[in-house]
Design a protein around this ligand. Sequence first.
Ligand code: FBP
Length: 259
Amino acid sequence: MKQERMSAFIKEGRSMLLAYDQGLEHGPSTDFNDKNIDPSFVMELAVKGGFDGVTFQKGVAERFYTGGVPLLVKVNGKSALVKGDPVSRQVCSVEYAVSLGAKAVGYTIYLGSAFEHEMLAEFGKIQEEAHERGIAAIAWVYPRGAAVKDDTSRETVAYAARAALELGADAAKIKYTGDRDSFAWAVKSGGGMKVFMSGGPKAATDQAFLLQVKGAMDAGATGLAVGRNAWQNAEPLAMANSLRKVIFENMSVESALAR
Ligand code: FBP
């Protein structure tokens, strides 16, 4: 059943999702340039780049989602202005996300934050509402806050995946641990739930990023949910092409880069 809720986003068991909620999540930031500040540019990249889904906050979805790729609406958000333990609260109802055409809702939980209880309780309700409406609930699980010493350690990332399973998420989006073996433990901790590697800040080279993705796929991940490493790339369509080769064709990074 859970597999079916994610089926809109999955091709042959794998998936490549484009994330574009950073305009809220990272603000004010230096994430954007003249091109990628325009949501239409990213909407077009989602379609032309062959992505299996695109993530928007509701405002961008309302004005810029034009179809051609399944929509995932992020239903909570925060700025980067407030320092200290993070909290991200609901800003869009599941009902409204469905009215915009969403096939899934996404929600970030900052495990380890002093406010984790607020996000856990809110996600609990959102997961039930999403399932009542027959769509998927995807948990971005990012351990963060003063209590979290190393947010990409083997145990911490595995716990993030496990927490998503325990909470009934259809998929978890988690940070890469840095190597295949430790990420494999996170995938295993997810108990068969779909596990996506979260992109992270733009890597120094395309090769460096593709190696991370390769490591995650070899570890058993379902796929990748990427933002900055795609739409900040000088050649985003070429990057999307290389990513598809690594994710869907098990290609080596070297071959995937030989464009
Ligand atoms: P990126 O590939 O740009 O990291 O995007 C994935 C994502 O999960 C976004 O959906 C979200 O806005 C962002 O990461 C959060 O980033 P951070 O970990 O810096 O708060």
